[in-house]
Design a protein around this ligand. Sequence first.
Ligand code: G3H
Length: 526
Amino acid sequence: MISIPEEFQISTPIVQDTYLVNGELKKWTGQTTPVFSTISSTEKYEPTLLGSIPFMGETEALEAVTAADVAFNNGQGLWPTMKVADRIKCMEKFVTQMKTTRSEVVKLLMWEIGKTLGDSEKEFDRTVEYIYDTIDSYKELNARSAHFSKVQGINAMVRRGPLGVVLCLGPYNYPLNETFSLLIPALIMGNPVIFKPAKHGVLLISPLLEAFKSSFPKGVINILYGRGREVASPVMKSGKVDILALIGNSKSAIALQDQHPNKNRLRLILGLEAKNPAIILPDADLDLAIQECIAGSLSFNGQRCTALKILYVHETIADEFNKRFAAKVDSLTFGNPWEKGVSLTPLPEKEKPAYIQELIDDATKNGAKVINEKGGQHSANFIFPAVLFPVNKNMRVYHEEQFGPVVPIMTFKDIQEPLNDMAESNYGQQVSLFGKNIKTIAPLIDTLVNLVSRVNLNSSCQRGPDVFPFTGRKDSAVGTLSIHDALRSFSIRTFVASKDNDYNNEILQALLNSKESNFINTDYIL
Ligand code: G3H
C-alpha cells in the first residue's frame, strides 16, 4: 500500500443510489456506472474504485423537465414569484449546510480530478465566498431597482425577472466552483434548474444533495446522473429549456442547441475553449515572465480554459527564455494531490497522456524538439509536461486546445505576427503581455483589448477575482459571468408601467403600501 493520510483515505466506495427530482431524493435501482480515480492506492498501479453513479436515461430526464417546468409554472410558480428576501433565505440555508461538507468535498476533489489539496480547498472556499457575494450583489441589484422612474408621463418600476428552466452543465476541471458559478445565480434569480454533474468530479456532489433538497422548494433544483447523450439530449429535445448554461466544450454546446426545437427561446450562457497566448517582448522582466508563464501554462497540469496554451517569445530573447523556462518546468514536482509541495498531479482522464503524446509526436515530426529533459516522460496516470520548440502552424499543438501538460513555444520578430495569429484564431478569451516600455505596450494594449476580453499585463491569465467579468470573444464564450454579470445573464428586464394620472397613481401607491405584490415593492434588504 502507498501511504495516504488517514483523513484522505477512501474507506468504502460511495454508492450514489439516489437522485434529486421534484424535491425528493429518489431511490435509483437501475443500471449504474462505476467511478474510478486514476490515482492508485496500491504500490503496483491500479485505478481506485471510488463508487458508482446511476446511469439514467430519457425517463428520468423527462421527470426532471416536468418537475422544473411545474416549479416555474410559466412564471406563476412559488420560486419565480417569491419575495427576493425569501429566495435569499433559501440560499443562506443552503450555504450554511454546504460549509459542513468541506472536508468530504475536498477529499473527493482530490481523488476524482487530481487537484492538489491546497487548490481543492481553494475551490471549495472560493465557491462558498461566491455564494455570499452573489447574495450581496443580488441585494444591491434589488435595492437599485426598488423605485419608480417617471419618463414622458409614464411611471415605471423596472426589475430583473427569471427566464425559466435552466439546464446546467459544468466542466471537470472545476466541477464544484464553475458549476456553481452558473447554478447559484440561476437559482437566486428565480429560475428552476436541472443539473447534471461533469463526467469527472461527480461524487463530490453527493455530500450536497441533502442541502439542496432541504433548502429549496420542490422542483427548483433537480440533479441527474449519466451521460450527456442519454440525459441532457432528452432535456433539450423537450423544448422546455429556456437557458443552456454550459462550461465545457463547444461540440457539446452546439449539439445541445441543435436539439432544441425553439432556438429563439433558448438563451445561451457558455464558457468554451480558448488558446490564450503569452507574448513576451524583448524588454520583459524574464524572471517574472517565466514565473507567470509556468503558473499560467501548468497550474492544474494545464487543465484550465484560461491556461496559457501557446507562448510567443521575441526571437532576441528566445534562447535565454527557453533555457530558463525548460529548467523551471523540470523542477516541478509530481505526486498525489495530498503530498506536500506537489504542483503536478495525476490526470483524471485516462486517455489524456496518450493524446498529449500524439501532440508531441506530431510536433517533433514537423520540426520541434522537446527542450526539457523530463518532457514527455510517462507514468501510469501522467505525462511530464513537454516544452516544445520551435512550434509552427503545421503542428496540431498550434491549433488544438491541449488542455493538459504540453507547452508550445514560438518566436516572433515583428509584433504583428502574434497579433495576426490572434486575429485569425477562432478563440478570443485572454492574453498575457510581458514588457515594460509604455511606448510599445500602449498601442499593443489598445489592439489586444479588441482581440480578447482580458489583457493580463505581466501576469498569467486567470478567471478571478470573481467580481471581474469572465467572458470571451468568438468561439470562446457566449455571455458574461462575474458575480454581478451572472445575475444579469440569468434574468431578463421586466417592468410595470402606467400613465401618470391620479387614478393609476392611487393604485400604485396602494400596492406599495399594502406590500401585496412581491414585484411592486420598495423594501430594502440589508
Ligand atoms: O477552466 C477555466 C477556468 O475558468 C479557469 O479558471 O483561471 O480561475 O483557473 P481559473
